[in-house]
Design a protein around this ligand. Structure first.
Ligand SMILES: [Zn+2]
Length: 62
């Protein structure tokens, strides 16, 4: 599981609210703070597409 960043305002452990595709291999992750209701979004590499890229790379060439 991906580490959850602390809230920038009150430093409580945030909750990952949603993940939206941003570009081909980037996602926007929205975090919400359960303590002060602050929410923010960060962009991150898409872990699923990265993983499938790995699987493709491990296939033997035909
Ligand atoms: Zn907070």
């Amino acid at each position: 599981m991906r580490p959850r960043p602390p809230c920038p305002k009150c430093h409580a452990t945030s909750m990952l609210a949603r993940i939206m595709p941003l570009t081909k291999d980037t996602v926007a992750e929205s975090f919400e703070c359960p303590e002060c209701d602050y929410s923010w979004t960060v962009s991150a590499p898409d872990p699923i597409r990265k993983a499938s890229g790995w699987i493709e790379a491990l296939k033997p060439p035909n």
